[in-house]
Design a protein around this ligand. Sequence first.
Ligand code: G3H
Ligand code: 13P
Ligand code: ZN
Length: 315
Amino acid sequence: MIVTTKKLFEAAYGKYAIGAYNINNLEQCMGLFRGNLQSQAPFIIQISKGARSYTDKEMLEGIIRSADKVFPEAIFAVHLDHGDEETALDCINSGFYSSVMIDASHEPFEENIAITKRVVDAAHAKGIVVEAELGQLGGVEEHVQVDEADAKLTDPDQAKEFVERTGCDSLACAIGTSHGAFKFSGTQGLRFDVLSEIQQRLPGFPLVMHGSSSVPQEEVQRINAAGGKLLGAKGVDADQFRRAAELGVTKINIDTDGRLVWTRVHREFFRDHPENFDLRPPGKVFMAEYANFIAAKNEKLGSAGQLEEVRKLLG
Ligand code: G3H
Ligand code: 13P
Ligand code: ZN
């Protein structure tokens, strides 16, 4: 069942976070649904602009619609990840998405507000919820001065003003993470001090953490042992998810870790079966491994086992 994130966030706030997983194809979609049902978790499917054009947006939407029929017990939101205004409006008008992200975080504050407000007005008119972003995610080198690094993080006072003026439904905050497999070059980590300041100014308001892959070292080593070359890859400690959830983070975005599962499975499969040229055997291994990966992630997020509670809340 496709729902907006509103009820999901109401159920989760202060207790656990909902996993938001990016998908691009059929195998990821199957693994995603299986993993979430295996762990009895509500979830968010994220579709990026790149995923929409990988084949054709209709193809990906069709796969998700089919999954909704194949797995009628599943409760999930369909969310546009990092949308620009044009893409966000396209998704709002498509009638398929229950949630969109407008990411104008690269724009100056006033422009970010103006763009976000236009998207919020269009979305709310159709009962669709909006995630916006304030602050700049990005890898911070250890030698960068603290002031310079802090300037990119979300300013707690601005966050309050931004939410009040745009009417957005959730806010992605920059609290030290970055996208991809190379998040930290040294001892940096999540900035709980900044997150706590934001929560104090926006009590009860759902916050979102992007760039939250953990980049498990065992996964990286297996990829490298099978011919990969991922050197110095490092991610967010998944044991910190619950603390972030207690501070108002209700949605945690994970894409890179899923790509690592794909890479490890396929590299190892063809290394171990050099005579094989059939796409289905590694595809089957991937779907099972991806499902296990999602279920394990949901345990860390605390969303595992919450499906029936959310179903009750939805009435
Ligand atoms: O934050 C970005 C997501 O990981 C999506 O990546 O734009 O390559 O699909 P993508
Ligand atoms: P990762 O690259 O850490 O998986 O982050 C994904 C993300 O934030 C998608 O919006
Ligand atoms: Zn992101």
